[in-house]
Write a protein that binds this ligand. Structure first.
Ligand SMILES: [Mg+2]
Length: 317
């Protein structure tokens, strides 16, 4: 494979996990004062450098894509539910509600529509935080990439802002991997991916926002806004991530999305080695197996070769 593409695909996997781990201690906190930005891996609820549910759910998606050689929704839901039963330290409210119902015997269709009907406007960031493996698996096939991106969302997050948001972020990853700059990828994805009007407006305004305006909550719109603001107003991986995680609030998730985008834009070689060395996490949960950057690099390489160009989403169902 072209070494440029390999470097970008590895950058997505490691970049997303690094952003998650870097943001972990800042989650639920206030934005850092500008002269007190955190720039190193710090301990929080978990030891320094530990990735959280954002990366764990992405690993479940990645392993499902590898096993099914495409996107098989029932296999994916089984893996998400297995992860949930192992009692992760961190799990979003919407995701927890859906996976709890599935654990109790509902189908994913019943569970997602049941949770959504209680709060029709709920559009959390729980699917955009984990969507990057679909962009690696289908890096060579944009149509498939967009299908995978939306389908991996719909099993837990069926709101159109969630499915469209995943498609938008992964479409940017597609163009970055193929050599476009961040702004070119952003402009192209805005033309190619149909977004609901309010999300479209938020995405358009994101690079022009002032830091004080960003709320960085668990709403998918806020996460995409923060990640775009960070990567489109900086010129290197490290600074993009520092800007985004220091927004506080849902810092790890915005960090994961920004990390995937910056990793695709600048490649694995641009990720600070101190961050890569500190990065780790247990996968599968409660297995005793500890993942580091090397395992994520290997995973990216396996995923990149996993899906044939003629693969179809849900072909195996
Ligand atoms: Mg998290």
């Amino acid at each position: 494979m072209d070494p440029f593409i390999t470097d970008r695909l590895r950058g997505i996997a490691v970049g997303a996990a690094v952003g998650d781990a870097l943001g972990m201690p800042l989650e639920f906190g206030l934005a850092s004062p500008p002269n007190e930005y955190i720039r190193t891996m710090r301990p929080g609820r978990l030891p320094a450098g530990t990735f959280t549910d954002d990366t764990e759910m992405a690993l479940a998606l990645a392993e499902s894509l590898l096993a099914a050689k495409g996107l098989d929704k029932s296999d994916l839901v089984t893996r998400f539910t297995d992860w949930f039963r192992r009692k992760p330290a961190d799990v979003g409210i919407h995701t927890s509600s859906v996976l709890h119902r599935i654990s109790a015997g509902e189908t994913w269709e019943e569970a997602t529509s049941g949770v959504q009907s209680k709060d029709p406007n709920s559009a959390g960031n729980g699917s955009v935080m984990r969507c990057w493996p679909a962009a690696i698996a289908a890096w060579h096939n944009q149509k498939l990439l967009l299908e995978f991106s939306q389908m991996q969302s719909v099993v837990t997050h069926s709101h159109v802002e969630c499915t469209a948001g995943c498609a938008f972020v992964n479409d940017m990853l597609f163009h970055l991997v193929h050599g476009k700059t961040l702004y070119e990828a952003y402009d192209t994805a805005l033309l190619e991916v149909e977004l609901p009007q309010e999300l479209h407006q938020a995405v358009k305004l994101a690079p022009h926002r002032k830091r004080e305006e960003l709320r960085n909550t668990g709403w998918v719109r806020h996460t995409i806004e923060s990640a775009l603001w960070g990567v489109l107003n900086t010129y290197e991986f490290e600074e993009a991530l520092v800007q985004v995680i220091n927004l506080g609030a849902d810092a790890d998730t915005a960090g994961a999305v920004a990390g995937a985008l910056a990793g695709a834009a600048y490649g694995l070689d641009a990720i600070p080695s101190t961050w890569m060395k500190a990065l780790h996490g247990e996968w599968p949960l409660k297995s005793g197996k500890i993942w580091s950057s090397n395992e994520l690099i290997h995973l990216a390489d396996s995923l990149a070769g996993s899906c044939q160009t003629d693969a179809r989403a849900d072909l195996i169902q």
